[in-house]
Design a protein around this ligand. Structure first.
Ligand code: SF4
Length: 429
């Protein structure tokens, strides 16, 4: 189909839906500190769910491919940030108990064990003493320490997302990541021996200058270590990323290498390898062993509600979407004055949510049921969406031979999910 050109939509999700990603089981330990709390039952992919995202904006050093907002982790700034989150949690009340907590960044691992303990207590207090079904903390390999893991485990954290990126020293250095491969192995060992049985690895492929072998070795090493979850992301170099400037200056940047054909080939190989290793692909970049899909992210992709805390954190709740300023001082100033730091407040119509649920649903391996979404949001499916589905089926992007209201992308469909999303926006306009 002529309209589905991947290159037209390359950064569609990172631009329009950046807010969603900015960014997201240990009963005995939890009971030790918070004996009275109950546990929110696990409802995988529940539209009624509430997720809590805490943004830790600190990074010890800057990765060369990163164009995100970040702050230096000075002791005073970290203390001020923690007090700010504590205050913000009293200013923004949860409409109901949260099912998931996700502490992301930035580099949450720059927090000390004491910082984590304080953060965990304030989150549980804000959640009425209820432990969430899933509680993820992102950690960079170089920041993993036994005392932090002990506190996290004792507080009820039950999922660790480890920012591996690559096991290859050259690739890590090119990306500007400060950890060495051996730190990944020792971090993973510490995480396992601390009792965590739900671990994710973040991995990056399509790094300029890499050959297929590098990525194949990374995948093989990851599979051998056998985490429960793997997120394999294709590197997208934003125009402000220092790595892009550096590569261009050195004459090593070859745009051909970043062609959509090559990326598609890498995606397909990755999916095939992970599937034969027993990982089920449930989203374009996400793969899990049985029962270990990330509940927090699954819920946000299904247009459930979530509240973000900390600078730059985004939220979608009560029919609105809003964002905190990406500036620690500015965010603190508002929070300290006792006013909400929410800005860029957008009131969402049912039609917008319906459309976004379709767009994100196209990135999910299970797809979605158009009739169900239509009913959920009270928006008629009309005639243009079913006509588009028919075209997509004929072109091999949606599965055939299943009820017509079910949109389930094929592997080829997952590859062009961004382009289909643009087509849906065109239909709306
Ligand atoms: S990629 Fe992550 S850890 Fe690296 S500088 Fe950006 S936010 Fe910090």
């Amino acid at each position: 189909m002529q309209f589905l050109k991947k290159e037209h939509a390359r950064s569609f999700f990172s631009v329009k839906f950046q807010f969603v990603f900015r960014e997201a089981e240990v009963e005995n330990a939890r009971v030790k500190i918070f004996p009275k709390q109950s546990t929110i039952p696990h409802r995988n992919g529940n539209a009624e769910s509430l997720g809590i995202y805490v943004h830790v904006p600190f990074c010890g050093s800057a990765c060369d491919y990163c164009a995100f907002y970040r702050e230096e982790p000075r002791k005073a700034s970290v203390e001020a940030w923690l007090s700010g989150v504590e205050k913000e949690l009293t200013l923004v009340s949860f409409p109901r108990a949260a099912e998931t907590f996700f502490v992301g960044g930035g580099t949450p691992g720059v927090l000390s064990a004491g910082n984590f303990s304080r953060l965990a207590k304030m989150l549980l207090r804000a959640n009425g003493g209820n432990a969430p079904a899933e509680w993820t903390v992102e950690l960079a390999p170089g920041t993993v320490k036994p005392d932090k893991l002990r506190v996290l485990r004792d507080s009820g954290v039950n999922r660790i997302s480890l920012g591996v990126q690559s096991f290859d020293a050259g690739t890590l250095s090119l990306l500007g990541r400060r950890h060495a491969p051996k730190q990944i192995f020792s971090a993973y060992e510490m995480i396992r021996s601390s009792g965590f049985d739900n671990v994710n690895f973040d991995l990056i492929f399509a790094v300029p200058g890499e050959n297929h072998l590098r990525w194949e070795n990374d995948l093989a090493t990851a599979i051998k270590l056998s985490p429960e979850h793997l997120s394999a992301y294709c590197l997208i170099l934003e125009k402000d990323a220092p790595l892009l400037a550096r590569l261009k200056k050195s004459g090593k940047y070859n745009p051909e290498e970043k062609s959509s054909e090559r990326e598609a080939e890498l995606y397909l190989k990755t999916w095939e390898k992970l599937s034969s290793a027993g990982y089920e692909q449930y989203e374009v970049a996400n793969h899990a062993r049985d029962g270990k899909k990330c509940i927090h992210n699954s819920n946000t992709w299904k247009m459930a509600e979530w509240l973000g805390f900390g600078p730059a954190a985004a939220s979608q709740c009560g029919g609105k979407r809003f964002q905190n300023p990406a500036n620690l001082a500015l965010w603190l100033e508002k929070i300290t004055d006792g006013v909400s730091a929410h800005e860029e407040i957008e009131t969402l119509s049912a039609a917008q949510l319906f459309e976004d649920a379709i767009i994100f649903g196209l990135r999910l391996a299970e797809g979605f049921d158009l009739s169900e979404l239509s009913q959920r949001f009270g928006v008629p499916a009309g005639t243009r969406l079913p006509a588009l589905a028919k075209d997509l089926r004929e072109a091999g992007y949606l599965e055939s031979g299943i009820p017509e209201n079910i949109w389930r992308p094929t592997k080829q469909g997952l590859l062009v999910a961004d382009a289909i999303a643009l087509k849906i926006l065109e239909i709306r306009n």
